[in-house]
Design a protein around this ligand. Structure first.
Ligand SMILES: [Fe+2]
Ligand SMILES: [Fe+2]
Length: 206
């Protein structure tokens, strides 16, 4: 269960397929950002919150592996990583985080969980479209296989961040569920007001 409060238009997959080079470049930067976010959390909380450092380190390592896999696909297609204009998505999402602890930690981990969930949802649509052979990348088995494996990882990361939020803050389950639903609603509102660009976390309407 991804706990998303809105569903991306299934047509987004075909559109992403038709812009797959731009999507891949954005995706590479998303994996880099995911690794960096996990490492930043180790710096911020690793010394204070027992049990948080090792799982975050494993997450960061896995995201860097994804980064390398996506770069390899870019290179195979004759493309370079290039400069990147990040989507305002993550910053606008994280603006919901409260200031005092442990609320800040709870909110940050749940925002991370929602980013993973949206990545997974978009990768499912892209994978299905690639599989159907839509767009110029349709024959590209390597990409189909890559997205099949990555979307499963991002679903697992979503669950890992929710578990971490529960364990690291010791919050009661109804409070955790309530805050997750609030942050999911905020995530849906953020993504709905973003511009439409060929990126994993932009508005899917065209
Ligand atoms: Fe990833
Ligand atoms: Fe992830």
């Amino acid at each position: 269960v991804l706990h998303l409060a809105s569903r991306t238009d299934p047509g987004w997959g075909d559109w992403a397929c038709a812009h797959v080079d731009a999507i891949l470049a954005d995706h590479a930067h998303c994996e880099k950002k995911a690794a960096s976010t996990a490492i930043n959390l180790i710096f911020r909380y690793g010394g204070e919150v027992p049990g948080i450092a090792a799982p975050l380190s494993a997450l960061a390592r896995e995201e860097l592996e994804h980064f390398e896999l996506v770069i390899a696909q870019l290179h195979r297609r004759g493309l370079e990583l290039g400069r990147h204009l990040p989507s305002p998505y993550a910053a606008e999402l994280m603006a919901v985080c409260r200031k005092g602890e442990p609320a800040r930690l709870l909110d940050t981990l749940l925002c991370c969980a929602m980013i993973e969930a949206r990545s997974c949802e978009r990768m499912q649509l892209l994978h299905a479209a690639l599989e159907r052979g839509a767009g110029p990348a349709g024959e590209d088995r390597a990409l189909v296989d890559l997205y099949a494996s990555l979307l499963a990882c991002e679903a697992r990361h979503h669950a890992s961040y929710v578990d971490l939020a529960r364990e690291a803050t010791g919050v009661a389950e109804p409070v955790l569920r309530g805050r997750l639903a609030e942050i999911a609603a905020h995530e849906a509102a953020v993504i709905a007001r973003l511009p439409s660009a060929p990126r994993l976390h932009d508005n899917a309407a065209r």
